[in-house]
Design a protein around this ligand. Structure first.
Ligand code: PAF
Length: 275
């Protein structure tokens, strides 16, 4: 595995890859866990070369969010990538990636500013800005994103489609602990008691899917029941949307995502289920 730290080197590396080879790309912010590893392994198995990036992107954090506290574990991440069969690892500094002044990407006005985008205004502008840069540098055949960040995944698919970027975006399943907790780099912030409360997110989603299997289709009723289950947490939103992030009054089987965002202590967690 080679480690690359500047965009120029990465461009050169990419340009030197044989034309016929397929390239898989997995963008991350590091502190890699089994969720990331599943993306990386999938890329390694589906492509001739796999590029992983580790970059804690400042432009997607709002003032007062956890940019400084965000876990950074570069040494462990390097080993994980090496063992998983990654060919090149891009670990740039902020100064290497961003200029003091540059054009900026704006997330779509509606879908980029509801749900996560409403509670974290500007977050998706920063996500799309860095993902666009990374896709331009790596020009991958396929890029791998987790379904856990469902709205991010939707907006990236939308950007790739509308800006004709030509990469296939591969959605990857959420990886959970045995007890249902969705893996997240932010889970390290949780104390023992908080971790128990954090389980309420996946429990509320399981309850919702059970109710749908029983025949319930009214999204308001399902959301109300979820909010009750989540009451020991500070719920930011519970919402039910279709796969294009339109709000739903009635569940549409095979076209529905149930989403939740809640604070457990000071840690903000998100989770979702695709029905
Ligand atoms: O999902 C993430 O880890 C980040 O939002 C991403 C896609 C790597 C962009 O910084």
């Amino acid at each position: 595995m080679i480690q690359i730290t500047t965009p120029q080197e990465l461009q050169q590396y990419r340009n030197n890859l044989p034309h016929a080879e397929t390239v898989g790309f997995v963008p991350t912010m590091g502190a890699l866990h089994e969720g990331h590893i599943s993306l990386i392994k999938r890329s390694v198995s589906e492509n001739d070369k796999t590029i992983v990036s580790i970059f804690v992107n400042p432009t997607q954090f709002l003032p007062g969010e956890d940019l400084d506290a965000y876990p950074r574990k570069l040494e462990a991440d390097l080993k994980i990538c090496e063992l998983a069969g990654v060919d090149s690892l891009f670990t740039p500094s902020t100064d290497a990636v961003y200029s003091w002044e540059e054009p900026t990407v704006k997330a779509p006005k509606i879908k980029g500013y509801i749900l996560e985008g409403y509670h974290r205004p500007g977050h998706f502008d920063g996500v799309l800005q860095i993902v666009l840069k990374l896709l331009n540098l790596t020009r991958p055949t396929r890029a791998y994103f987790g379904k856990k960040d469902a709205q991010q995944l939707y907006l990236i698919q939308n950007m790739v489609h509308t800006l004709y970027l030509g990469t296939e975006i591969v959605p990857c399943e959420i990886v959970r602990e045995k007890d249902g907790l969705a893996l997240s780099s932010r889970n390290v912030y949780l104390g023992d008691e908080e971790r128990q409360k954090a389980l309420l997110l996946s429990r509320s989603l399981k309850h919702a899917t059970r109710r749908i299997i029983e025949g319930e289709r009214d999204t308001e009723r399902i959301k109300q029941e979820m909010v009750e289950i989540l009451s020991p947490t500070r719920v930011e939103y519970v919402e039910i949307v279709d796969r294009d992030f339109n709000l739903l009054h009635e569940v549409q089987i095979e076209n529905t995502i149930i989403l939740v965002a809640a604070y457990v202590g000071t840690t903000r967690l998100i989770d979702n289920m695709w029905v």
